[in-house]
Structure formats: structure tokens, C-alpha cells
Ligand binder design. Structure first.
Ligand code: P71
Length: 455
């Protein structure tokens, strides 16, 4: 019999202790933090599933490469290794390093958008939407209808609704749409992949109207692996071949290397357009740095150059997708409502279904994330009414799995904690905001419990 157990395809060379706290301590910390988990010190978190961004464990090869980092201001060989590695996978003519994904977004939208512009996407992530709006643009989400039903199983829930894209172009006019985007995988919609067929179809529509297509590439390797597993015709291809094909349909991309770059910081912006690239590099110099480092150290460029390739390793991707799926299956089989099927980098609990007694106006996602922290010291993040305000179609709590960081027993602990909160769900109360910022309010908003009489 072939051995079926999927193991972590690495051994551990350096460890970091994690600290247990008591429920009483956590209750106090949470009250001090105004019920916002962003405001809790990480030493008081046992298992940190706030984000898979910048939280990966680096490999020995990445650490070794970092020692080769050349910190020259201009023309560093570290940049050449970075560019070679990016171009081998993504294939674009211009590679512009940035300190992280949102810097790439800011530069892209500053160059391509103006007041009145419209940018369609399968679903904009928070920073993408905010940067688009900050440049005067309107960020329009065009997910397929299946994506808005959490329990609905569909292999490519990240697909864009191409009929609505056509309609938008007809209605708004091509001149108002400087670019279209596809986010792979669709983070706000549950970490769900986009199919190759959909990328091709979106490209065909864009090309017909002369609209450039950009891919928000954060989780490109996980998306490529889902295509291999689920899309007819791709089972025999490598994740790298699939990624190359995905990007062959795009005119450029934004990337946060903090996700599938397996790095703790970094990002980049790519384009095939020489004139756009020139304007982007001019802006880069203004705020990020010279185009051969773009706000990063030479050693960061080296870590990304290696990490992008490791993220495409099949053993790694198999373990990655299996361990996320394991968490999703073990909580959903006990009745916990999650976005189905499990995503690549995270499990998303449907907080509206979990807490039907807490209306969206009382932030069920924030309330549930708080309860999960008090129960087991686990930090998660709300993706819903707090993050997206009136644009929120769902209230989700995301359990994002850092790459190569936690083992199976950590995940078993998370399952146990979530199931305990599920048993006690009737006791969880809604929240109201006491303080908030004018944009990206989720990072700093503060809450209090809704008085019992109003519940
Ligand atoms: C994630 C993040 C990072 C984050 C953002 C907001 C709250 C908590 C954590 C960042 C993304 C992303 C996509 C699809 C662009 C960015 C920005 N995600 N596109 O999921 O998921 O990249 O963080 O490097 O600036 O936790 P950046």
C-alpha cells in the first residue's frame, strides 16, 4: 500500500517559543484593545492566524541567499538575481521592486487611474480598493454569483463574472476603464482560485476593447496548484508551467512577495508597457527608492528570488493545500459554517451563519474573532462589515495559515478551540464602534459590547 499521510516537507532548524495566557488575561487584553485583535501584542497570542502575509518561515536556502545580498545603492547583483527569478516565472518585460504589495498598487493606480476611472476586479482586496479610491477611481467587484454563497461548492469560485464585465464596459465606456484586474487567489472571497479558462476569457474581452489586464499575483502558486488539481488538461503540467501560462494572458501584475514569495517583506510591479514602466519608475524614485532596490534591502531581494521558486515546489504546495483543507474539513464536519470549498491560504468562517443572533450592523465577524481569541489565544481577522463597510457582501472570520510555520498539532489545537466556541455560540454578543479612521478603519477601530437590552 502506498503511504498516504501528507507530512510537512521540511524539518525544523530554529524554533520560537509561543506563550500561553489565561482566559482572564485575554479578556483583559481584549478590553484594553477595544476588541480589535490588531491592537494585541503578539507575545500574548498563542497561534497567530491574523495573516499569511510576511509570516512565512524562511528556508536555509533563503537565509544563505540573504548573506549574498549586495547592498549597493545602484546596480546590485541582488537585483539581477531578483529580476531573473521574477521574469522566469512571470515573463513581463519590466520588473519594479517595491517594499510590499500596496506600494505596487499605489504606483500602478497613480499612473493609470484618474478621477472617474473604473477598475473591475473579481474582488478587490482592502488595500487595492483603498489605493484605487485614493487615486479617484471606482473599484468594482465582479465575482461570479456562486462566490457570494459561502456554503456553495464550486471549483473556481474566484472567477470573474464575464457577462458583468462586458456589461460594465458597454455601460461605462472603454475610456473610463484604464485597466481590469484579477486577484489570484481571490482573498476577500475566501481564498478561492481563478480558472485558466476564466483568465483567458477575461483577457479576450479586455483585448477586444483595448483594456490592459493586470493580475494581483499574491497567491499565484496556490492558484496554479488548484488549476492543476481541478481544471481539465492541467494535471500533467507543473505549477511553474501553469503559472507561466496564467501570466502570459496578462499585461502586468502587482505582487506582495509576503505571500507566495515566502518572504517577510517585499513586492513588485510588472508591466510590458515601456511608457507606463517609465512613469512608474519615476514615481518609484520619489517614494520607494532607486529602481534596482525599490525600498528593499539587497538581502530582501535575494530572499524573494529564492522564495518564489520554493513556493512552486509541488511537495510544498501539496502539503500547503492539504493542511488548510484539513482545518476546514475538521470544523465543517462538526457543523461550523465555512466558505466552501476550503481556500488555499485560509479557512473563512461564515460569521453571519455562525452567529445568526448578531446582525451585520453589530459586526458578527469581529465578535466571533474576539470569542476565538478568548477561548484559545488564537488571532484571526474579520473580513466583512468592518473591513469593507457598505461593500461587504459577507461577514467572514479568516483563519490564515502562515507558510511552513505551524505543525499538524497546532492545527488540531485550532480545530478544538473553534469547536468549543461553536458549542458556546449563543453566548456571543454583538459590538458597536467607539472610534474609527476615515479609511482602512479595521486596523485601528475600537469597539464595546452592545448593551444587553439592545441585543
Ligand atoms: C492579508 C493581506 C495583508 C493584510 C491586509 C489587511 C489586513 C491584514 C493583513 C494583502 C494583500 C492581498 C491582496 C490580494 C494586495 C495585498 C497587499 N493581504 N492584494 O491577506 O491579500 O499586499 O500587504 O504586501 O501591501 O492578510 P501588502
Amino acid at each position: 500500500m502506498p503511504i498516504k499521510t501528507i507530512i510537512e516537507p521540511f524539518r525544523i532548524k530554529s524554533v520560537e517559543p509561543i506563550r500561553r495566557t489565561t482566559p482572564g488575561e485575554r479578556q483583559r487584553l481584549l478590553e484594553q484593545a477595544g476588541y480589535n485583535l490588531f491592537l494585541i501584542p503578539s507575545e500574548s497570542i498563542l497561534i497567530d492566524l491574523l495573516t499569511d502575509s510576511g509570516t512565512a518561515a524562511m528556508s536555509t536556502e533563503q537565509w544563505a541567499a540573504m548573506m549574498r545580498g549586495d547592498e549597493s545603492y545602484a546596480g546590485s547583483p541582488s537585483f539581477e538575481r531578483f529580476r531573473t527569478s521574477v521574469q522566469a516565472i512571470f515573463g513581463f518585460r519590466h520588473v519594479i521592486p517595491t517594499h510590499q504589495g500596496r506600494a505596487a498598487e499605489r504606483i500602478l493606480f497613480s499612473v493609470m487611474c484618474k478621477k472617474g476611472s473604473i477598475v473591475p476586479n473579481n474582488t478587490h482586496f482592502d488595500t487595492t480598493r483603498a489605493n484605487c479610491e485614493f487615486c479617484g477611481g471606482e473599484a468594482v467587484d465582479l465575482p461570479i454569483p456562486e462566490a457570494l454563497e459561502p456554503s456553495r461548492v464550486h471549483p473556481f469560485k474566484g472567477d470573474m463574472d464575464t457577462a458583468r464585465l462586458e456589461e460594465l464596459i458597454q455601460h461605462a465606456g472603454r475610456e473610463r476603464i484604464p485597466l481590469a484586474m484579477l486577484t489570484v487567489t481571490n482573498n476577500s472571497g475566501g481564498g478561492q482560485p481563478v480558472s485558466m479558462a476564466n483568465i483567458r476569457a477575461v483577457k479576450e474581452i479586455c483585448a477586444r476593447h483595448g483594456i490592459p489586464l493586470y493580475i494581483d499575483a499574491c497567491r499565484f502558486a496556490e492558484n496554479a496548484y488548484f488549476i492543476k488539481l481541478r481544471e481539465p488538461g492541467y494535471a500533467g503540467k507543473t505549477p511553474r508551467e501553469i503559472a507561466r501560462e496564467m501570466f502570459s494572458y496578462a499585461d502586468g501584475c502587482t505582487m506582495s512577495a509576503k505571500k507566495d514569495g515566502l518572504a517577510n517583506i517585499g513586492g513588485f510591479l510588472c508591466t510590458n508597457d515601456d511608457s507606463i514602466a517609465q512613469q512608474e519608475k519615476d514615481l518609484l524614485i520619489l517614494t520607494e527608492g532607486f529602481p534596482t532596490y525599490g525600498g528593499l534591502a539587497g538581502r530582501d531581494l535575494e530572499a524573494i528570488a529564492v522564495g518564489l521558486n520554493e513556493a512552486l515546489d509541488e511537495d510544498y504546495l501539496n502539503y500547503r493545500i492539504a493542511s488548510t483543507g484539513y482545518l476546514g474539513e475538521h470544523i465543517s464536519q462538526e457543523g461550523v459554517p465555512i466558505v466552501q470549498p476550503p481556500g488555499g491560504h485560509a479557512i473563512y468562517i461564515d460569521a453571519r451563519a455562525f452567529l445568526p443572533h448578531v446582525p451585520p450592523s453589530q459586526f458578527p465577524g469581529v465578535a466571533l474573532a474576539a470569542a476565538v481569541y478568548i477561548e484559545g489565544g488564537i488571532r484571526s481577522v474579520e473580513i466583512g462589515t468592518l473591513m469593507f463597510g457598505e461593500h461587504a457582501k459577507m461577514d467572514l472570520v479568516r483563519l490564515a495559515i502562515p507558510r511552513r510555520v505551524y505543525t499538524q498539532s497546532h492545527i488540531d489545537y485550532v480545530v478544538e478551540v473553534i469547536l468549543e466556541v461553536w458549542r458556546r455560540r449563543a453566548e456571543i454578543r454583538g459590538l458597536e464602534i467607539t472610534q474609527q479612521a476615515p479609511f482602512l478603519r479595521h486596523f485601528s477601530a475600537r469597539f464595546r459590547l452592545v448593551p444587553a437590552a439592545h441585543n
